[in-house]
Design a protein around this ligand. Structure first.
Ligand SMILES: C[S@@+](CC[C@H](N)C(=O)[O-])C[C@H]1O[C@@H](n2cnc3c(N)ncnc32)[C@H](O)[C@@H]1O
Length: 235
């Protein structure tokens, strides 16, 4: 439930200008201060990797390796066309050539719906049954954080919340979004083969104001509960 965090921002002159410039301007925000929450993506991913003997870890989008170098796993591959990780390439090229299987995958590459869902579909094919996928930035708090393309001087989730909507309808997995660190998606693969729920046509043109309504179908959990689920439910 995200509705309890909704707030209307007070009317300001600047909003009239923004409204004229950006058709997706919206004066409702999701009022969560991520800095006040005592867990982040690294906490959850680390907890998951500890459930596997010799965990095989893949990270898509590594940037300056803040997460990648923190994950306490020996067998790790990181993919990024710009910087960080172990393979300098796009996720699409990586998956074309890859022959490895993984236990835990963290998807944090290009934060655009079309690319992120491709990364999830490709990851599901190389993730063992009982394996986990984590996704970063599932919870935009305002229209600017969600805007595609990215606006200057903003934190950016992009529109990958649409992937959370599709995953919430996908069979053969458990899927939650943890209320921490800009929204951390956690998926457990419960079947050997999983068919990703395709709702691309209906979702592709939607904006932040649609997210405010559609997120009712997403299972949000608090970080402490997320940690318990990982510790108790993983393999
Ligand atoms: C948000 S940063 C990753 C942060 C990192 N995972 C962390 O937690 O510290 C996103 C990264 O995705 C990379 N990226 C962009 N397009 C990509 C693609 N097609 N495939 C893989 N990575 C991509 C960018 O170069 C950037 O470094």
């Amino acid at each position: 439930m995200l509705q309890k965090y909704y707030r209307k921002v007070p009317k300001q002159k600047i909003h009239e200008e923004l409204k004229k410039k950006y058709s997706n301007f919206c004066d409702t925000v999701v009022h969560i201060d991520w800095d006040k929450i005592l867990f982040n993506r690294v906490s959850f991913i680390t907890a998951a990797t500890q459930k596997f003997n010799e965990c095989r870890y893949l990270e898509i989008g590594c940037d300056n390796n803040i997460c990648f170098r923190s994950i306490p796993v020996i067998n790790k591959i990181g993919v990024d066309p710009e910087r960080g990780g172990t393979i300098k390439d796009t996720s699409d090229n990586f998956f074309k050539n890859n022959k490895n299987k993984f236990d835990v995958i963290f998807i944090d590459g290009l934060h655009i719906f079309e690319q992120c869902r491709k990364d999830v579909i490709n990851s599901l094919k190389v993730l063992d049954k009982n394996g986990y996928i984590f996704l970063h930035d599932m919870t935009p708090r305002n229209w600017a954080e969600e805007n595609v393309p990215r606006l200057e001087n903003t934190l950016w989730t992009g529109d990958i919340w649409k992937v959370a909507i599709e995953l919430s309808k996908t069979k053969g997995i458990d899927f939650f979004v943890i209320n921490a660190d800009m929204g951390v998606g956690i998926l457990k693969k419960k079947e050997v083969s999983v068919d990703y729920y395709d709702d691309f046509k209906n979702l592709k043109d939607l904006k932040f104001k649609d997210f405010l309504d559609l997120n009712k179908s997403i299972n949000y959990i608090d970080p402490e509960e997320g940690m318990k689920i990982i510790k108790n439910n993983l393999k």
